[in-house]
Design a protein around this ligand. Structure first.
Ligand SMILES: [Zn+2]
Ligand SMILES: [Zn+2]
Length: 122
């Protein structure tokens, strides 16, 4: 089975596994922090996440909520995490309040990504 690139609207194969929060920034090797990208959206074009700070920032927003749960507060204060991601908590709340929920109550990741992309098709 071919897994597509997770950028909405992209039809290419997501053959690269990208760390949303880079390993060099302390991003863990867990499913939540990984996203499948095609080479184009990874690093081979101006639209690639390593070349395009706006896309990088949006992808990091996907993780804001999870990070509050993931990293113990005494190690990574929420403010620090929000600052690293570059989005205020209030703004993130607005986005996430409209996200579809899975049957188990967790947020639908695809929907989060779609919303953070602001409807723009890459
Ligand atoms: Zn990468
Ligand atoms: Zn792609």
């Amino acid at each position: 089975m071919v897994h597509r690139c997770e950028i909405p609207g992209c039809i290419h194969e997501g053959c690269h596994s990208h760390h949303i929060v880079f390993r060099s920034q302390g991003g863990p090797d867990i499913t939540m922090n990984l996203i499948r990208l095609c080479p184009y959206h990874h690093n081979m074009s101006p639209e690639g996440v390593h070349m395009n700070p706006a896309l990088d920032k949006r992808l990091k927003c996907v993780l804001q909520r999870e990070y509050e749960v993931l990293l113990p507060e005494n190690e990574q204060p929420v403010d620090l995490v929000a600052d690293r991601i570059g989005m205020s908590k209030k703004k993130a709340e607005k986005y996430f309040s409209k996200v579809q929920k899975n049957p188990d109550g967790t947020m639908d990741r695809e929907d989060i990504i779609r919303r953070l992309m602001g409807g723009r098709l890459y």
